[in-house]
Design a protein around this ligand. Structure first.
Ligand SMILES: *Cc1c(COP(=O)(O)O)cnc(C)c1O
Length: 405
């Protein structure tokens, strides 16, 4: 609604294009009229009267009461991300794992069934495979690309389905629309971990998902500065199920980190365009090198699910999986020869980062589990950064040329 004292017409955020949403979405200025988002580092709030305090708790008055529940800086981040995603509502969390944990644990109870794709980020797999069964939840893991396996698993009722597409680190894709239809027929809520695709390259809610979760630590911050996470869903699911769980268990995002993440969102589209452009170019270079065994990148026509990638993503993303000849020894030789690219288990950073999942992010899983997830001893996961592509190509050329084979 427009302010009667202001000559400026009211803007309509729902009509904005993506770049405008990223820069201005959710902005709520204080009476001091600051340009950039204000940082509210307070934990509590005060009331003008005892009656106002009472009304704030009985639901007749909507306002901030405690920063574990809501905080103005965090709200700006949540509203900006919801506007970007096209979700009714967003709640920010302290990390991506807090988001995945709350999205699942808020929904399940003893005796329920949860079905998940088997190629998951290490800690997501721990929550599903190790934690949920402790509370009497039956779990089933499905090879993500196998639709017949999804049909079998979801021929019985389930409470929740969790998928990650593209998967970490094997870059396997899952048909979101097909799994959403099967999940709904089984009475399940579909939760999609959309970290690898980012909110710009894939829109799970438009494809039938009910909940989208992010590690904002990755591309949304994108500059290695802070941890954060987010849950996006319908108003009803938030009010009835996820909201009370968050309010009373307290995995809330720090206002300072929300402020950093708001700044991250302002440049997300610019950065993702460069990440994708660099990754596509590097994937092509790797694929053409004689020391490279195979490359997994959704933007390459050699990806086994290239047609699905074209259908549900608008770019291949910033992460490449690849194997060099010589298994683990070959992989280590490459890691130790790279001069510019850092060895790091993090991803989605401005700096290019590379890791050996078998011995780092997925070290605690058994060899059988790793093979089932598509992780071989020679697999490397490269998070392509924002450096000049000429420098990245040169670094890989010198490192690969020096490998035997
Ligand atoms: C990093 C990551 C997470 C966990 O996020 P944190 O912010 O590290 O807690 C979950 N899922 C995927 C796919 C990730 O890459």
């Amino acid at each position: 609604m427009s302010d009667p004292r202001s000559p400026k017409p009211a803007a309509d955020p729902a009509a904005w294009q993506t770049a405008t949403r990223l820069v201005r979405g959710g902005l709520s200025r204080s009476p001091h009229c600051e340009t950039s988002e204000a940082l509210y580092l307070n934990s509590g709030y005060v009331y003008d009267s005892a009656e106002e305090a009472e009304e704030s708790f009985d639901g007749t008055r909507e306002r901030y009461v405690y920063s574990r529940f809501r905080n103005p800086t965090v709200t700006m981040f949540e509203e900006r991300l919801a506007l970007l995603e096209g979700a009714e509502v967003c709640r920010a969390t302290a990390s991506g794992m807090a988001a995945v944990h709350a999205a699942l644990l808020a929904q399940v109870r003893a005796g329920d069934r949860v079905v998940a794709s088997q190629a998951l980020f290490g800690s997501c797999l721990w929550i599903v495979a190790d934690l949920l069964p402790r509370y009497g939840v039956e779990i089933e893991l499905v090879p993500g690309a196998d639709l017949a396996a999804w049909e079998r698993a979801l021929s019985r009722p389930a409470r929740c389905v969790l998928i990650e597409t593209p998967s970490n680190p094997s870059l396997e894709l899952i048909d979101i629309r097909a799994v959403a239809d099967l999940a709904h027929a089984a009475g399940a809520v579909l939760v999609v971990d959309n970290v690898f695709a980012t909110p710009l390259l894939q829109k799970p809610l438009e494809l039938g998902a009910d909940v989208v979760v992010y590690s904002a630590t990755k591309h949304i911050d994108g500059q290695g500065r802070c941890l954060g996470g987010a849950i996006l869903c319908s108003n009803q699911l938030l009010t009835d199920v996820i909201g009370p769980y968050l309010r009373h268990t307290g995995p809330c995002l720090s206002p300072f980190n929300a402020w950093l993440l708001l700044k991250g969102l302002e440049t997300l589209d610019l950065r993702i365009a460069r990440h994708v452009e660099n990754a596509q170019a590097l994937a092509e270079v790797l694929q053409g090198h004689k020391a490279v065994e195979r490359v997994l990148y959704p933007g390459l026509s050699s990806h086994p699910q290239y047609a699905l990638a074209q259908r549900q993503m608008t770019g291949g993303g910033g992460i490449i999986g690849f194997e060099v000849k010589g298994g683990k020894a070959g992989a280590y030789a490459l890691l130790n020869r790279l001069a510019l690219v850092d060895i790091s288990n993090n991803l989605g950073d401005a700096k290019s980062l590379i890791t050996h999942p078998w011995t780092t992010t997925h070290q605690s899983r058994s060899p059988e589990e790793k093979h089932r997830m598509g992780i071989g001893e020679g697999l490397l996961r490269l998070s392509v950064g924002l450096e000049d592509i000429r420098d990245l190509k040169a670094d890989f050329a010198q490192a690969l040329d020096g490998l035997a084979g």
